[in-house]
Design a protein around this ligand. Structure first.
Ligand SMILES: [Zn+2]
Length: 426
């Protein structure tokens, strides 16, 4: 059987009278939405608030538990340890929230061994958490004490008598608040007793999330905490100029095979003295940075297909930035232009000859093949420099696509270039 705690209530009002409660009590204070269940581990409890007890109505809920089970802070607040009178003394704790609410923990442990020996007294490490001082601020879920049977619960099942009191001192039923509180797998350690400091190097520029889970000796994992950081970018900017320049209509053209690209590296951190760079999986090269931290290198484009130039900067103190992966595509589709039939535009008209210039992106071109609107494949020869000149006269107005292939000495065709234009006005 369980007893009431009218002596507890009296002690509480005594605390009020002697001004232990600093700050202004808020008359509209409420229990916050998020709370930590005050006992860690398996418990049972019922809505026994107001139940008749020998000394009057029960002013809290009895959370049936196991001796030495951790008691944790229901909310963040300031703690006040208290030892009640009586043969073995009731070990208690008041948790004062900033909003004026008070949470009361009663029957904290006073036993040293696994059984009811009453040899521990109301002391830190027995009733209360190690190092817990009156007036200490604790965070929600932080270890504050241990469940026991001190006071008038001596000899019965260890439990936490838990009260919720308004700033006025009136006890209210804790049951709904206990039901919605979060059960912790283990207490939040007291500061300094479980803190771990580690040094990490962010893996990426920009947003990174550090996820932390604590694990106890039994392998139980806590819920995870996510810590988001923004890492200032250190990865250099890379740009390139290829000899092919722009298409007739202003698009950036892919380089041809083996073309020299002039790459510019620009630092995104200070004190950059050199760059390390390599093409695809090739050998790493190093180039010194100019006084302004930039550098230029010439790199050959490589064969047909996709390539990546990897670039990272190094500071005078030896710090290496993140790596920029600069991707580009090499193709040998020819460059096509025409002065009187401009690309993606309207020009000329039916019966007006057009002059089209074909420029190869690759060496060794001996001829050209072309077709208009998917018609017959026709050929013309190439000049000594590989270029070709087609004079073609449309016999009707309208939208045209001129498909052009460069022809290698072995007869192979280059990739196709499609040149779109309109004969006559739109
Ligand atoms: Zn009780």
């Amino acid at each position: 059987m369980l007893f009431s705690h009218r002596t507890t209530a009296r002690a509480f009002f005594l605390l009020l009278a002697v001004g232990v409660f600093a700050g202004t009590a808020n008359a509209a204070a409420e229990v916050p939405e998020v709370t930590a269940f005050p006992v860690v581990g398996n418990v049972t409890y019922t809505d026994d608030f107001g139940d008749p007890r020998p000394q009057g109505p029960h002013e809290g809920n009895d959370i049936m538990s196991v001796r030495h089970q951790p008691a944790v802070a229901f909310v963040a607040g300031r703690v006040q340890k208290w030892t009640g009178s009586g043969s073995y003394g009731t070990c208690m704790l008041y948790l004062h929230a900033k909003n004026g609410m008070t949470y009361v923990y009663i029957h904290l442990n006073n036993d040293l061994g696994p059984d009811n020996d009453n040899k521990g007294g109301c002391k830190n490490g027995v009733a209360w958490a190690k190092g817990l001082d009156n007036g200490d601020h604790v965070k929600r879920g932080e270890l504050v004490g241990f469940v026991g049977d001190s006071g008038d619960a001596n000899g019965i099942q260890p439990h936490l008598h838990f009260e919720v009191r308004k700033p006025s001192g009136t006890a209210i039923d804790p049951f709904t608040y206990l039901n919605r509180s979060k059960h912790l797998l283990f207490p939040r350690p007291r500061p300094g007793l479980g803190d771990v400091t580690l040094t990490l190097t962010p893996p990426n520029d920009g947003f990174d999330t550090l996820t932390v889970v604590s694990v106890d000796r039994a392998g139980l994992r806590s819920e995870s905490t996510h810590y988001n950081i923004f890492v200032a970018p250190t990865t250099p900017n890379v740009s390139v100029v290829w000899p092919v320049g722009l298409s007739a209509s202003g698009f950036v053209l892919n380089p041809g095979p083996g073309m020299p690209g002039t790459f510019t590296f620009q630092p995104l951190m200070t004190n950059v003295v050199s760059y390390e760079y390599w093409l695809d999986g090739g050998d790493h090269q190093t180039v010194a940075a100019a006084a302004d931290g930039t550098a230029q290198v010439v790199v050959l484009s490589g064969g047909l297909g996709g390539h990546t130039l990897h670039v990272r900067s190094v500071t005078g103190t030896g710090f290496t930035s993140g790596t920029r992966n600069f991707f580009y595509i090499v193709d040998d589709g020819p460059i096509v232009s025409s002065t009187n039939y401009p690309e993606f535009d309207a020009g000329g008209g039916a019966g007006i000859p057009g002059t089209f210039t074909f420029t190869p992106k690759a060496p060794g071109i001996v001829g050209w093949a072309y077709m208009v609107n998917g018609g017959d494949l026709l050929t013309i020869g190439a000049g000594p420099d590989g270029t070709g000149t087609l004079v073609w006269t449309p016999d009707e107005d309208g939208f045209m696509v001129l498909s052009v292939f460069a022809v290698y000495a072995n007869g192979n065709f280059s990739q196709e270039y499609d040149y779109y234009f309109n004969v006559g006005p739109f």
